[in-house]
Design a binder for this molecule. Structure first.
Ligand SMILES: *Cc1c(COP(=O)(O)O)cnc(C)c1O
Length: 496
């Protein structure tokens, strides 16, 4: 098998093994690690169509993580995609009104981040072992709600790791807070900081960049690492479910070998859709990559004009995981369409930092022909939830509804008849209030858990464990600190 190494998109770091790139997370020059080339699938669609999710995941990941042994990688995969998921299929497809929802929400926290965060801890600890790292890995994360919980669920009780999550006190939804403060696992720590998300994020960055602290940590047998979405160990596992979806549709006779399919992805940080782009570049017959935004439509404007402009108001929507103005993973695409030119990419990223805007060349723009961008307003998002529910009984979450709405716009505009897979990124139970409000305004005055039970009834779906667990779960964390007290509390947790 061909060895794949990793380079920074900003050119200063080159030739790292996969395990080193995973351990490091972000490159020292601020760039993201990308594979020296995107490998081609070796297994045929026919072969893939007979495989389980775990087997497909191995077929994909072995091509990227070439310094892992077969045994190491299979262990990571089998520890990640197990009974933590509430279906053996791991990522099932549901056919609804002319398109297939690829349900990526059957993991521990009922959102698609589980697909990557259930394997990342295993990739990290394996990478540490391979590179002779003796220290315990301490994951630090600032969260506005979802990532923190998904990361904790992934790392809870994984030997050789600890995880500390900071969230803004009063800045997350009651359900999100309850999910976090009830988290089990002796290696998990949760802290509400008296400040907003940006302060939590800045505090975490300051701790990461504190050299003196890193030395103290090392002496005490610890080192920091990050679980955020720019880690290549989160991107690659996401490629697997697109391959799985295609193989599954082929197995069911919904596609013939080589027939093109479109994918629609509700997008924030651009990680999920980038994974689909990688799948396409591996040879999977994907035609259009349809990028769906909510009212924070930076990406729609970018695909239309070639200018990425974050200078605009930040809009709070009912699809909060897509309320993002800087899509970090887009940098990997920019680097690629610049012809893997780190200098060109660095200049654009510098423009973004300094002016909040950059513009790509016409030549680069021509490389984006496979992408189609559009967006859904709040009203359109709610209307799609209601419409599909009334026609079919299927209830989708708000993020998925943004994608469904954009799919309908694309169909109306192009009359494209390709088989289409819509990435369904969260369970409706995760955003019960917005979902139920969309179906009927009468639900506005209902209590949270009454809405949960009602959703279960009208959607004819069992309440997921993730929700059942927090209904009566015991609160295990009640730490609070000032924004400038984060370092002190980290040390306290680690007994330093
Ligand atoms: C994170 C998230 C997204 C956005 O995914 P990206 O990879 O950041 O583009 C969409 N929907 C949900 C529910 C999410 O949690």
């Amino acid at each position: 098998m061909k060895e794949i190494l990793y380079n920074s998109t900003r050119g200063q770091e080159k030739g790292l093994t996969a395990s080193k790139a995973i351990l490091q997370g972000l490159a020292k020059d601020g760039g993201l690690f990308v594979p020296t080339e995107i490998p081609k699938l070796e297994a045929s669609i026919e072969e893939l169509s007979k495989m389980s999710y775990q087997e497909v995941a191995y077929e994909v990941m072995k091509l990227y993580f070439t310094d892992f042994t077969e045994e190491e990688l299979k262990n990571c995969i089998n520890n990640a995609y197990d009974s933590k998921f509430d279906t053996e299929e791991i990522a099932p497809l549901a056919e609804v009104e002319g398109a297939y929802f690829l349900e990526l929400f059957h993991g521990k926290t009922i959102a698609f981040k589980d697909m990557a965060l259930s394997i990342l801890p295993h990739l990290l600890t394996t990478s540490a072992k391979k590179n002779g790292v003796k220290n315990e890995i301490v994951i630090l994360t600032a969260t506005s709600g979802d990532t923190g919980k998904a990361a904790m669920a992934g790392f809870a009780d994984v030997p050789g790791t600890r995880i500390i999550v900071f969230y803004p006190d009063g800045g997350v939804s009651p359900i999100q807070e309850k999910q976090m403060v009830t988290q089990k696992g002796d290696n998990t720590y949760v802290v509400a900081i008296k400040g907003n998300f940006d302060e939590a994020q800045s505090g975490v960055k300051a701790i990461f960049n504190n050299k003196a602290l890193a030395e103290e940590m090392d002496a005490a047998g610890f080192q920091f690492s990050s679980a955020n979405s720019i880690n290549i160990g989160r991107l690659v596992p996401q490629v697997a479910y697109y391959v799985y979806a295609y193989a599954k549709l082929y197995a069911e006779g919904k596609l013939t070998d080589g027939q093109k399919m479109n994918v629609v992805v509700p997008t924030g940080n651009f990680g999920n859709i980038l994974a689909a782009y990688y799948a396409k570049n591996m040879g999977l017959p994907i035609d259009k990559l349809i990028c769906a935004s909510n009212e924070n439509k930076v990406l729609f404007d970018f695909f239309k004009t070639g200018s990425y402009d974050k200078n605009r108001d930040f809009i709070l929507t009912t699809s909060p995981s897509m309320d993002i103005l800087i899509s970090s993973n887009l940098e990997r695409l920019i680097y690629k369409i610049a012809g893997n030119d780190a200098e060109k990419n660095s200049q654009l990223m510098k423009d973004l930092t300094e002016k909040g805007i950059y513009t790509i060349t016409d030549e680069m723009k021509a490389e984006l022909a496979d992408f189609y961008g559009n967006y859904a307003s709040e009203a359109e998002t709610a209307a799609v939830i209601k419409d599909i529910y009334e026609k079919t009984g299927y209830v989708m979450d708000t993020h998925t509804a943004v994608a469904r709405s954009v799919y309908e716009k694309y169909e109306a505009e192009t009359k494209d008849e390709n088989v289409t897979v819509i990435a369904s990124t969260a369970s409706p139970f995760k955003f019960t209030r917005s979902v139920m409000d969309a179906i009927d305004p009468k639900y506005d005055s209902w209590e949270d858990f009454d809405l949960v039970d009602e959703l279960s009834k009208i959607g004819n779906v069992k309440v997921p464990n993730a929700i059942e667990e927090i209904r009566n779960a015991e609160v295990r964390h009640n730490n609070k600190c000032e924004a400038d007290g984060m370092e002190a509390i980290v040390k306290k947790f680690l007994g330093m």
